[in-house]
Design a protein around this ligand. Sequence first.
Ligand code: GDG
Length: 476
Amino acid sequence: MSRLIVVSNRVQPPSGGGEGNQGGLSVALSAALREYSGLWFGWSGQTTESFTGQISIQRTEGVTTATVDIEEQDVDEYYNGFANRTLWPLFHDRIDLAEYERGFQGGYQRVNDRFADTLEPLIEPGDLVWVHDYHLIPLGQALRARGIRNRIGFFLHIPWPPRQILLSLSSHKELVEALFEYDVVGFQTAVWLESFLDYVTHEMDGVVGEDGLVTAGGRTIRAIASPIGIDGEAFAAMADGPRARAIYDRMMVSANGRAMILGVDRLDYSKGLQERFVGYERFLADRPERAGGVFLLQIAPPSREDVQSYQEIRAELEASSGRINGAFADIEWVPIRYVNKGYPRDQLAGIYRAARIGLVTPLRDGMNLVAKEYVAAQDPSDPGVLILSRFAGAALQLGAAVLVNPYSAEEISDAIDQALSMPLDERIDRWTQLMDNVMREDVMWWRRTFTDALEAPLPDAEQLSAKGETATGPKF
Ligand code: GDG
């Protein structure tokens, strides 16, 4: 079996026993790497005065990691700059928050070149290279420029924006051309894939063929939708384990007979927290007879705190949770418990299980793993109800959830009401369908779907054009 080299911006190896704060992506990548031999390369999260390319190698729980430190200026221009001030807002349809600075673009390219310089000597013939996410779009191109001929795949964890939005980025063409240096480009859902193909056919005279083959500028790649999953079995077992049960018991005591509505999100404007609070406020105002029987626990660990739009959303949420609590609280009841810190993963599993409603209402989300974790953590004999935004990638797989428009306070309020009155047999029926998907299209399935595509042979551009595919060829 080939070695797998995974590359992502941050490398977060497993920290042991499910107690760490590893997020869904790093759990997913660790699982993928345990099955293959290979390594996981990326930024250590540390800075250095001047970039040396010195690699630190570690082995934790069967996963080998190779990390490098980058410079302060790299963090400003590449990570906080182009990745999180330009691409992240743009790819989440927030042109209003996207900042365009020439320095950002230069820093982005510089770090990608530095990663390529450092990684290139570690790549052996036959290795599969799998690059992750918007931070590293030009990495494949930079590796090719250094003579790497291995199969290289790219997976985008966030949405691909509509064509008209992408056009507002002055370097849109370079960005997409860089994707054509990969062998396989993967998206979370068919919707993001369609947006990508729309751009390629209209802006690059691209040709869309069969089996996901796409040709533009004389290069053929395979573009696929391969939705990321979780390790459903392990998460369900964790939710039933001793540490999860301990916090479950504490939560039930502190709920004092009230139904818990739960939100768990990185503090990010794409997650729709502000709109969620307003929807919950509408529920409290419209259904006073039910209001005292529920509370909302919102866990929102801060993220990207150096970026101003994140400081602003944090201040706005503090204000609105304070306002709602001020307006509705009673001497022994507070409607919103708003918590700005993270919890170990196994405790989180117990908290999910204690929640009667999982409220997952992002405005735009590549996939959303919290929705899948909530499902996996439920007690099969008395499952809670998942309320899910139509605009999360996960909605395409989890159609048995109560789907809502996250911009509509009324829909959120009605969905909470519907979930609270849902009979047990309907809850079990919906949960069974959701769980079936979470277990079937799990993280191992995702990894296999992608690596199978990466290992499949690609015809060259001449073969494709000999078949007479045209720029308006079939869409898939
Ligand atoms: C990006 C895309 C896509 C959250 N709070 C705590 C905690 N978390 C974990 C969750 C989950 C992960 O973080 C969040 O994953 P999401 O998928 O919900 O969202 P993003 O961070 O935005 O991830 C997204 C994902 O990449 C994967 O492709 O689904 O669309 O935006 O696993 O559990 N973990 C712990 N404590 C917390 O308090 N331990």
